[in-house]
Design a protein around this ligand. Structure first.
Ligand SMILES: Nc1ncnc2c1ncn2[C@@H]1O[C@H](COP(=O)(O)OP(=O)(O)OP(=O)(O)O)[C@@H](O)[C@H]1O
Ligand SMILES: [Mg+2]
Length: 215
């Protein structure tokens, strides 16, 4: 089991959407995914999704669920809010990868860089950025890199996700049994899963190298 926390102090950058997308992308590859809802708002209700969604707002529930899942295969994805220093400490110690979505706006980038610093002070080793809601238009993309994303260390960016309006559906309660999302959402979910998979593999590889240097 790999633990992934999706964090960010800035609201609305896509944390929750990215958690659902990642869980869906894993499910497409038959990888079990467990999504932990931890923010204070009421969780959505799910019906027939290809991944498991837990109300893990109580820290003890989250620890118990993650502890129980530790020996299983798959991904444990924690949808985390921001501005929760206590929770950030737990995240820094408990997950394999911390994902921080950033959107093309100056506050998003600055807040993410500050938050990364904080998490690293708490001991988080693997904080990575994910550029979210990136324009499909090449000129706009280039402008956003020049204006905003240039501040982010390149080796910390795991990839970019395009704007796909239908992603919205994933964060809504299922009033009917969940239907397969449209292909642009599925494709985005697969892209995200592969980005995360390769980030986890790179992390594992460098940790193994580090270990062998110590021996
Ligand atoms: N890749 C994307 N393409 C299009 N819309 C997106 C994408 N990612 C997120 N959104 C939209 O942005 C809005 C905020 O997303 P979301 O709720 O996932 O953010 P959040 O960081 O979890 O917010 P909060 O801080 O309130 O928890 C939603 O309307 C969502 O549909
Ligand atoms: Mg959210």
């Amino acid at each position: 089991m790999k633990g992934i926390a999706v964090v960010g102090t800035r609201g609305g950058v896509g944390k929750t959407s990215i958690c659902h997308l990642l869980a869906l992308g894993a499910a497409w590859k038959n990888i079990p995914a467990y999504l932990m809802h931890t923010d204070n708002r009421e969780p959505i209700s799910v019906n027939g999704r290809a991944y498991t969604f837990y109300d893990a707002r109580k820290p003890e529930t989250l620890s118990t669920l993650m502890g129980a899942a530790m020996n299983n295969d798959g991904l444990c994805i924690v949808d985390s809010g921001g501005n929760r220093p206590k929770f950030d400490k737990w995240i820094a110690e408990s997950v394999d990868l911390v994902l921080m979505p950033i959107t093309p706006d100056p506050e998003s980038v600055d807040m993410a860089l500050l938050h990364m610093q904080q998490l690293e002070e708490y001991g988080a080793k693997n904080v990575r950025f994910l550029l979210n809601m990136v324009s499909s238009n090449k000129n706009e993309q280039a402008r956003d890199f020049r204006k905003y994303f240039y501040k982010i260390p390149e080796d910390k960016i795991i990839g970019k996700l395009k704007k796909v309006a239908a992603v919205k559906r994933l964060r809504e309660s299922d009033t009917e049994p969940f239907k397969t999302p449209p292909s642009n959402v599925n494709n985005l979910s697969r892209t995200l899963y592969f980005m995360v998979k390769s980030a986890l593999e790179n992390i594992e590889e460098s940790e193994e190298k580090e270990q062998s240097m110590k021996v």
